[in-house]
Design a protein around this ligand. Structure first.
Ligand SMILES: Nc1ncnc2c1ncn2[C@@H]1O[C@H](COP(=O)(O)OP(=O)(O)OP(=O)(O)O)[C@@H](O)[C@H]1O
Length: 254
């Protein structure tokens, strides 16, 4: 049997330890993520979805349990070390890109992900054809803005750039934290389709938090429901395909 690319073993996370506000947010999470999994993650507000991403990306410590990357214990690894194999796209278009740098410069920066970042603009020219090609795959005109300062882009173009920067080096794991939520329905759908195409074409492994139940059902090969810090349901293959919006919605009623 192949080893999971990422494994959480009995992971629990406590915040405000030793105070009256001490709360266990994630409770005994067991999760195996395999190469090529595209997992959509849903759950009520406060269920612990972003906390799960914070723990997986090394931003928040684990208080009990273990996290393994390709079988190697990374439980205590720093957030910076995680960037060598993991990337994350946030909901806010302002995060993840440098506003005063152009689209091409941001993409050049992303080619250095996980390395010591020194930006040598003279190297930009040799990448421009590739960056143009990449930007075209997002279907939102980003390729016509390679020389535009990122701060002047539309929200959708900026999120598309954040996504491209996250996938450029084909990290082992991509965390999509409601990355389409701040966009209008059409822009959101365009980004979602481009996201899916990249994940399928490059056989990437991704987890995506979404409140759009239709997206959670339509995309990915697996769907997790998180409830009060625990995995309440884990659908994959035919079980995910058979799941209806109403059945999924019912998880939010309890
Ligand atoms: N560092 C922290 N300190 C204190 N409480 C925290 C911390 N991080 C998260 N929480 C709490 O943990 C719970 C889970 O939060 P989290 O953001 O993971 O939920 P979520 O499922 O992502 O919610 P949403 O759908 O609203 O984004 C919330 O009650 C939140 O207030």
């Amino acid at each position: 049997m192949t080893k999971p690319i990422l494994e959480l073993k009995n992971v629990s996370t406590v915040v405000n330890r030793g105070t009256a506000q001490e709360t266990t947010i994630l409770k005994h999470i067991n999760l195996q993520i395999n190469q090529g999994d595209f997992i959509t993650l849903v759950g009520t507000n406060g269920a612990g979805k972003s906390t799960l991403f914070n723990v997986i990306s090394g931003l928040l410590p684990v208080n009990a349990g273990q996290i393994l990357h390709n079988g190697k214990d990374i439980t205590k690894m720093s957030e910076e070390q995680h960037t060598k194999f993991l990337s994350r796209v946030f909901q806010d278009p302002k995060m993840g890109t440098a506003p005063r740098m152009t689209v091409a410069e941001n993409l050049l920066l992303a080619t250095k992900r996980g390395e010591h970042r020194t930006l040598r603009p003279r190297h930009l020219k040799q990448h421009l054809n590739h960056f143009h090609e990449l930007a075209t795959t997002m279907n939102n005109g980003l390729e016509t803005h390679l020389d535009t300062a990122t701060g002047s882009l539309s929200g959708g173009q900026r999120q598309a750039l954040s996504f491209l920067m996250a996938v450029l080096k084909r990290p082992d794991i991509i965390l999509l934290d409601e990355h389409t939520a701040a966009l209008d329905p059409h822009t959101s759908a365009t980004l979602m389709q481009a996201t899916n195409e990249h994940i399928q074409t490059d056989n990437l492994t991704a987890l995506m938090i979404t409140h759009q139940l239709e997206d959670a059902l339509q995309y990915g090969n697996r769907l997790l429901v998180l409830n009060q810090g625990q995995i309440q349901a884990d659908f994959s293959g035919p079980a995910k395909k058979a799941l209806t919006a109403q059945q999924l919605y019912d998880y939010f009623q309890e």
